[in-house]
Every structure is written in structure tokens, then in C-alpha cells.
Design a protein around this ligand. Structure first.
Ligand code: ADP
Ligand code: MG
Length: 259
């Protein structure tokens, strides 16, 4: 898209996606600026996770355009999208409960290894070197989220807040330029949310661009520069936290909840 300003990293234009007649996304458009925190909020079932899934290539949009760094990524397979520097975390973090913290963090890097299954199976020196490199990179990512001291603990022993941080470390191990967090504050205690807020600020300082997908309004209000509000697959508002907070349609969609 030639008309995109340089500051725009992701541009979503009129994206729709249905599931068996349910319009999970209905002509949704918005853009994400480089090195900023943009939030997508909305009640349960609004289409937030579906949005992440169409951006990452898990689902193909029925129609509409998705441009990343100026190139069209709509409908590309997930591994190609990931190779462009787009990473995500999962709403329900799918970690491997029988593995340690570092082993879980390492699962993010494996898609990028050069050695094939054969080399790994025979423990060839090239595979061992690669394993060492992946371990070191995963350790760096655990350090970024403040969990290096827990690297060797079984993941099952960590509280939810730290398990979510391992999910972020795993996403960071792909060295993304753009990170989407799917309800990272969901289920976290107050002190865990504070830790998450600090981490998100650090990631932005390091040059990352973040799309924060959240149900929790107070959390995004304090963090985001721009907020996009979805309700039943439709964008009902977009603006600064202050603008969105006072928007009639948003208040109605979140009726009875504290904004
Ligand atoms: P949110 O993340 O905002 O809670 P979702 O994107 O998960 O919302 O879901 C939006 C709508 O799309 C819901 O009605 C949901 O049931 C539907 N949906 C999402 N994924 C699928 C799927 N794979 N198959 C069928 N329906 C789906
Ligand atoms: Mg969701």
C-alpha cells in the first residue's frame, strides 16, 4: 500500500471472517503505529482472538486486506507470517506442563532452527550446537521477563502470572518486531499486572510494537496510546483512552462494568 505513512506497521482494512454464519469480524479496519502500544478491547465474543488469528495466518480472512510493513500478508500461512517478525501469545497459554520453564521458552525458537529432524535424532554436532544456541536465546528471553532464576523449575510450579510471562518469553524468542498479546492480564493478581505493565513498557523501549488485546478495560486505559473497540465483530469506536471511555456505544457495550 503505497499511501501508508512510514509510521504505520500494521494496516487492517475491511477484514471480515465468519464461522458457520457467525460474523466474528465484520469489515474491521484499523492501523498500528510502530513502537507504540495499540489496544483492541471488547466484551467476550467480540472477535478479538479471531482478529489475532487472521493477522497471524491461523485463519484466512473472507475478505479485506492486511498489510504489514507495506506488504500484503492476508491469507499467508502462519509460518510465513511468523518469519516476518510477527509473534503472539495465547489467551489460554498452551504450555507443556511436564516440561521446565526454559524448555517451554525454547519451543518458540524451534521453528527457526536449521538442523532437520535427522540431525537432531542422531545428535550430530550441528544439532547440539543449535540446541545450545536455542537454549542461550531462550535464557535471554527469560531474563527479559525476569524469570531466569526459575529456568529449571517445572512450569507447573509457577503461578499463573509467571506462566503468562513464560508465554511472552516464548514469543520473544522468535525475535519479533511486532508482538500481539491475547488477554495477558486475564486472571492475574494486582502485583502480577504491575509486573506485566513494567515489562510491556520495557519492550516498547527496546523498539517493539505491541498490539494489546484485552477484556480488562482499566489495564489498557493506563497503557495504550490508541484503543480500538470491537463488539460482536464490529468496530464500534476508536480513539485515545479518554475518547473511548466517554463513547456512548462503548459504555453501552460494557454496561454495568467499571470503565
Ligand atoms: P473474543 O476473543 O473477543 O472473546 P473470539 O474471537 O474468540 O472473541 O470469538 C468471536 C466469535 O467467533 C464468537 O462468537 C466465537 O464463538 C466465534 N468463533 C471464533 N473462533 C471460532 C471457530 N474456530 N469456530 C467457530 N466459531 C468461532
Ligand atoms: Mg479471546
Amino acid at each position: 500500500m503505497a499511501s501508508q505513512p512510514d509510521s504505520v506497521l500494521l494496516d487492517v482494512q475491511n477484514v471480515s471472517r465468519s464461522f458457520a454464519g457467525i460474523r466474528a469480524l465484520n469489515l474491521v479496519s484499523f492501523s498500528v503505529k510502530r513502537k507504540k502500544i495499540t489496544a483492541v478491547i471488547g466484551p467476550n465474543g467480540a472477535g478479538k482472538s479471531t482478529l489475532i488469528n487472521v493477522i497471524t495466518g491461523v485463519y484466512i480472512p473472507d475478505s479485506g486486506g492486511i498489510h504489514f510493513g507495506g506488504s500484503d500478508i492476508a491469507g499467508l500461512p502462519a509460518h510465513i507470517v511468523a518469519s516476518k517478525g510477527i509473534a503472539r501469545t495465547f489467551q489460554l497459554e498452551e504450555l507443556f506442563s511436564s516440561m521446565t520453564v526454559i524448555e517451554n521458552a525454547m519451543t518458540g525458537c524451534h521453528g527457526k532452527t536449521g538442523s532437520g529432524m535427522l540431525a537432531c535424532g542422531f545428535a550430530l554436532p550441528s544439532a547440539r550446537r543449535e540446541e545450545k544456541r536455542i537454549r542461550e536465546e531462550a535464557m535471554e528471553c527469560l531474563a527479559m521477563v525476569g524469570l531466569e532464576e526459575k529456568a529449571l523449575e517445572p512450569i507447573s510450579r509457577l503461578p499463573l502470572g509467571e506462566r503468562k510471562l513464560v508465554g511472552i518469553a516464548r514469543a520473544l524468542s522468535m525475535k519479533p518486531g511486532f508482538l500481539m498479546l491475547d488477554e495477558p492480564a486475564g486472571g492475574l493478581a494486582g502485583h502480577e499486572v504491575e509486573r506485566l505493565v513494567k515489562l510491556i513498557h520495557r519492550l516498547i523501549e527496546q523498539g517493539l510494537t505491541i498490539l494489546l488485546v484485552e477484556h480488562n478495560m482499566p489495564f489498557v486505559m493506563s497503557l495504550s496510546e490508541k484503543i480500538v473497540v470491537l463488539d460482536a465483530g464490529v468496530k464500534i469506536a476508536e480513539g485515545t483512552p479518554e475518547e473511548v471511555k466517554n463513547d456512548e456505544r462503548v459504555i453501552k457495550a460494557y454496561l454495568g462494568q467499571e470503565l
